[in-house]
Structure formats: C-alpha cells, structure tokens
Design a protein around this ligand. Structure first.
Ligand code: HEC
Length: 116
C-alpha cells in the first residue's frame, strides 16, 4: 500500500519533469522567427567579437542607451553601414563570407534586442 502510493507519486514527479522540460525547450526554439534565429546565430558567432564588449566603441547588443541614436536612422541605413563599413566598423565586421541578407538578419536581431 505504502510502496504503491510512493511509486505513483514518483511516477507523477517524473512525468511532470518530462513535460515541463519539453515545454521550456519549445519556447526557446519557437520564440524567435526563423530570420531572428539566423540573425542571433550570426551575431553571437561573429559580431560578438566586438559587439559583446564595445570593442572600438561598438554598440553593445542589448544596450538601449548605446543603440538609441543609431536606431533612429532606421534599419535600412544600419544594414547599409554594416555591409559597407562605418567609422571603426569594418565592412561586414570583416566577415566577407556573409551575404548582404545575413547581415540584414544580424542587424534585425541587434535591433530586436533593444526593442526596435
Ligand atoms: C571588428 C569589430 C566589429 C565587428 C566584428 C562587428 N562590428 Fe559592428 N561596429 C563596430 C564598431 C567599432 C562600431 C561603431 C562604429 C562607429 O560609430 O564609428 C560598429 C557599429 C555597428 C552598427 C551601427 C552602425 C551605425 O550606423 O550606427 C551596426 C548596425 C553594426 N555595427 C552591425 C554589425 C554586424 C551585423 C556585425 C556582424 C556581422 C558587426 N557589426 C561586427 C565594430 C565591429
């Protein structure tokens, strides 16, 4: 009797762990659109070389204060600057293998991180 109750409690706990585990996986993979997900991978894999720590004054991803004025130029201008270079920002961050579209995804992700 006691053992049976304990077993079913144990099973219940296991099931709820399994279920909540799946749920959190779902939200992390589906919360971003495919474009933002691609952008995130490019930003974290490449652009973070400078944009994670403000190397040479690069605006830090997620820092609203640093992005406020830049964001007012609009996404198209920011993408153009990222593709062709701007001040101390090298063209495509120095990653010539990235397509213009990939840069656009990356800038889109950067803007999404400051609520733009
Ligand atoms: C070698 C360092 C470096 C890398 C790598 C880099 N950036 Fe930058 N980025 C900078 C610096 C420095 C600035 C600030 C330029 C300035 O205002 O003079 C900047 C500014 C920017 C801006 C703002 C431009 C504007 O008009 O204000 C955007 C957008 C940007 N970077 C996008 C990217 C993207 C996308 C990547 C990855 C593909 C990337 N950067 C990789 C250094 C870098």
């Amino acid at each position: 009797m006691f053992n049976g109750a304990l077993m079913s409690l144990f099973t219940l706990v296991l099931i709820s762990f399994a279920v909540s585990g799946c749920n959190s996986d779902d939200t992390t993979t589906s919360s971003l659109s495919p474009e933002l997900e691609k952008g995130k991978q490019i930003v974290e894999g490449r652009c973070f070389a400078c944009h994670a720590q403000s190397i040479n004054g690069a605006p830090i991803v997620g820092n609203k204060k640093m992005w406020q004025k830049r964001a007012t130029q609009g996404k198209a201008v920011l993408v153009e600057h990222a593709i062709n270079g701007f001040g101390l920002m090298p063209a495509k961050g120095g990653f010539d293998d990235l397509s213009d579209e990939e840069i656009s995804f990356a800038v889109g992700y950067m803007l999404s991180q400051v609520g733009q």
